[in-house]
Design a protein around this ligand. Structure first.
Ligand code: MG
Length: 382
């Protein structure tokens, strides 16, 4: 029986991970969970999955969790709590499904403790790709992608030699504004942007999908996960979200991974890798008429794509700054402080002002991240 810790258990991926695990009670035991503010759901998860240790955002949330309730669990708090959970001796596999750079330190702690990582937090690789991959190498740790595109590529690469890859083709649904005119984007509300056509996800990633920054972040994520040049990573818009990504090999042959969109599949693939397990999920019905279509991404309508490629190629702490400015901009958009089209504007301004550091260690990355947040907030409050 494998022992698992889930960072971000009350978020979309965390909940679905527990859903997958509950189908295999003999194969996985939940040892530790971390959540942010949703202590109500965490309490239910504690009762159902009986972890030994949990962590919540702060002491206020800790008190809220333990109020009027005799829970048989140790409760830690904050980043320290997450790092402790990520490096618990008895844990075999850590699922990192928190959103944002908050996942970086616990991920590094888990890697340094030799845990297998199922990584759903793309910001970690965007912000500190080189450092994370180097630490994995040092500790001989397997980093298994949970992001559906990267899981698809990872699956296509099984049994292949990485040197025979010519291109990675990341598919993108195009989000809710794929067919919208640029004029329309000026009047986008939070509600419009949260209406994703194919995937039900957390708020941050749903807005990232609407700006297509999500795909930009995934390009940088792919660069580090698969150790491949930006010139070899392409994006194609595929509105049906049936093909989750593709790999083209030097002979021109292309492998793709297909399924109906359901995040439980990439989660499960990471949890049981290299094995596959039966699921009763909704399978593709080949007897029905189905069209799969493809179109090039529109870099002018979605400038976040350009910004991400630019920051990725520029390297150093530029991707860290891209990510931090984006986190602040998205949060401000969700709070109705800025308009939809101001998201890429703010990110671009912050990138322009940045004096990069080499991004070789955690301190440099943290410094760039903090600088970018302050800078982004300055523009927003103006
Ligand atoms: Mg994805």
């Amino acid at each position: 029986m494998k022992k698992i810790a889930i960072l971000g258990s009350t978020g979309s991926i965390g909940r679905q991970t527990l859903d997958v695990i509950s189908n295999y009670p003999d194969l996985y035991q939940v040892v530790a969970l971390s959540a942010g503010e949703n202590v109500e759901l965490l309490r239910q998860q504690i009762k159902r999955f009986k972890p030994k240790i949990v962590s919540v955002k702060n002491t206020v949330k800790r008190e809220e969790l333990l109020k009027n309730e005799d829970l048989d669990v140790e409760v830690l708090t904050g980043e320290t709590g997450m790092c402790l959970i990520a490096s618990l001796e008895e844990v075999d596999l850590v699922v990192v499904s928190v959103v944002g750079i908050i996942g970086l330190k616990p991920t590094l702690a888990a890697i340094s403790s030799g845990k297998t990582i199922a990584l759903a937090n793309k910001e970690t690789l965007v912000t500190a790709g080189e450092l994370v991959m180097q630490t994995c190498k040092q500790h001989n740790v397997n980093l298994l992608p949970v992001d559906s595109e990267h899981s698809a590529i990872f699956q296509c690469l099984q049994g292949e030699n990485v040197s025979s890859v010519s291109r990675l083709i990341l598919t993108a649904s195009g989000g809710p504004f794929r067919t919208a005119e640029l004029e329309r984007l000026k009047r986008v509300t939070v509600k419009d942007a949260l209406r994703h056509p194919n995937w039900s996800m957390g708020k941050k990633i749903t807005i990232d999908s609407a700006t297509m920054m999500n795909k930009g972040l995934e390009v940088i994520e792919a660069r580090w996960l698969f150790n491949i040049d930006y010139e070899q990573i392409e994006i194609v818009v595929h509105p049906q979200s049936i093909i989750h990504s593709m790999v083209e090999f030097v002979d021109g042959s292309v492998k793709a991974q297909l399924s109906n969109p359901d995040m439980r599949l990439p989660i499960q693939y990471a949890l049981f890798y290299p094995e596959r397990k039966y699921t009763n999920y909704n399978k593709i019905k080949w007897g029905n008429q189905m069209n799969l279509s493809f179109e090039p991404p529109n870099f002018d309508k979605f400038p976040c794509l350009k910004l991400a490629y630019w920051a990725g190629r520029a390297g150093k702490t530029y991707p860290t700054v891209l990510n931090a400015a984006n986190e602040i901009a998205v949060d401000s958009f969700l709070k109705n402080k800025i308009s939809f089209l101001e998201i890429p504007e703010i990110i671009e301004r912050v990138l322009e002002k940045h004096t990069p550091l080499p991004a070789k260690n955690f301190e440099e990355i943290q410094a760039a991240d903090e600088w970018a947040r302050l800078e982004a907030n300055k523009y927003i409050s103006k």
